[in-house]
Design a protein around this ligand. Sequence first.
Ligand SMILES: Nc1ncnc2c1ncn2[C@@H]1O[C@H](COP(=O)(O)OP(=O)(O)OP(=O)(O)O)[C@@H](O)[C@H]1O
Length: 371
Amino acid sequence: MYLENISLHNFRNYTDLKAEFVPGVNVLLGANAQGKTNLLESIYVLALTRSHRTSNDRDLINWDANSAQLATRVHKNLSSMPLELEISSKGKRARVNHLEQSKLSQYIGQLNVILFAPEDLSLVKGSPAIRRRFIDMEFGQMSSRYLYNLAQYRTILKQRNQYLKQLKFKAKQDKVFLGVLSDQLAAYGAEIIFQRRQFLKKLEKWAQQLHTQISLGKEKLTFEYVSQIATDGLSVEQLYDALQKAFVSHEERELQQGTTLVGPQRDDVRFLVNGKNVQTFGSQGQQRTTALSVKLAEIDLMKEETGEYPVLLLDDVLSELDDDRQTHLLKTIQNKVQTFLTTTSLSGIARQLINQPRVFTISSGTLHEEE
Ligand SMILES: Nc1ncnc2c1ncn2[C@@H]1O[C@H](COP(=O)(O)OP(=O)(O)OP(=O)(O)O)[C@@H](O)[C@H]1O
């Protein structure tokens, strides 16, 4: 799939922007703080209805305005379709083919994007929360059922945590309602863990191939799902039973601490290179290769799952990669993945590897196409 164009009204520092893109590589060139990342962010927001760098939607609206409008035409399945998103203090409204969607989860998935930024190294080096967010965001784009399970789980988790806090201060504890919440949580939690494991299995297959290529056959990348309960090879029903048992065995501690201690909100994924945890034992280079392989693997996985390649957003990453990795990345995307890449200079980029890029210069929220 690719974006034919974009139109932004009062999004960040773009008061009025209209641009046409090429299906190949679109280079966004400009000095610092001109709006390069804002433009990538707008594409990300059009895909996922939320930003990758702020959870406060107000930040996305121009400081002098009350609402922002974003629109694009997405080309896929040999035709094209308009997507529109409005962000205001009242919330978000999304339209597909001019039809308003009653739920944002119905809108998400029409446009698939993969964002790659320098901080993606934290996917390997950072906290488990970063990896959970990665799984949830990427997998959520491919499965509305997963998004639904996640939303249900989060709502019940919040209720259960509130209830645990209340119980903590009660002399006489009525645990019947806690049992009901635990049961619901186990049901959604089991689905989530099952789907995550399936997703990771598929992603691992693609990431493994890429990692082997980039490391010239020297390294084998594997993934491991990390949870307080045993999850290996278990069905949804078995995971449900395991979670229920875990809630029972953790009940005393949960009551003391006033929070839920087991479940997918605490799980993690470990990346292993030649059987060793790359987070603790990997060199800087191995960690970079792992992050790159995992991100690039998403491109192939999305194609496998949805039938279309996603749109790739590269925020200032080419200059961060050494020549070999840069070459690998550019060869992977060449002629198949629409790519938007931001850079402050073209000098560090192997331009000969990019087939007929369209170069836009960005300055103070305006765009000019270079001849
Ligand atoms: N809500 C907003 N309304 C108006 N302007 C905004 C808003 N949010 C951010 N900006 C402006 O956008 C600019 C930052 O743009 P952006 O983050 O896209 O920079 P960039 O071109 O990617 O630069 P760098 O190369 O430093 O990352 C800043 O000048 C900032 O003041």
